[in-house]
Ligand binder design. Sequence first.
Ligand SMILES: [Zn+2]
Ligand SMILES: [Zn+2]
Length: 178
Amino acid sequence: MQFNTYTVAGAHVAVWLVNHRDCDAAALTAELRRHDVHEPTGTEDDVRALRAWTAKLREVFAAATVAGKAEFTDALLVAADCRPRLVSHEPGKPYHFHYAPAGTGLAARVKALTAAGLAHVIDEGGGTRLRACDRGGCGVAFLDTSRNGRRHFCSVRCANQVNVASHRRRKSAVTMAG
Ligand SMILES: [Zn+2]
Ligand SMILES: [Zn+2]
C-alpha cells in the first residue's frame, strides 16, 4: 500500500497524536501543516478537545487483532461524524477528500481525518501495520511502513533493549542447564 497519500496522512496524524498526548497548539499545527491539512491552525481549546479522542485512537493501535482494530475504528468513524466530500479549493485545482464539512472547527476536522486515515489503512489490508511497540512499558504507536510489514518495535533502541534482554535470558538458561 502507499503511505504518502492524503488519506493515509490521517493515520500518520493519529500516530503523532497518540505519541504526543501533551502537545500544545503550535506543535499540533506544525504537524498538521506537515501533512498538508487545510487551515491547520489550532487553539489550546482544540488541543484540549482532542485529548479524550487521542485516548480512543490509542485503543486502535493497542488492540491485539485486526478485528479489534476495525471495530474500534468503525466506532471512531461514527463518533467523528466522518462524512467524506470531494473538494477543490480553486477552479482547476485537483479534487480530494475532506472528511468533515468545510468551516467545521479544527478539532472536529482532525477527528474525522484521523478516523478516516485509520479506516483507510485497514480497508487496504494494512490493519496489522497499526501497531504499538512490543517492548513492555514502551507503548509508542507507529504505522509500520516497512516493505514486509513485520516491524515490532518503535525504534532501534527498543529493539536492541529487547534483543539484549532475551539474549541474556537464553544465556542464563544455558548456564542453568549446564
Ligand atoms: Zn483540501
Ligand atoms: Zn518502543
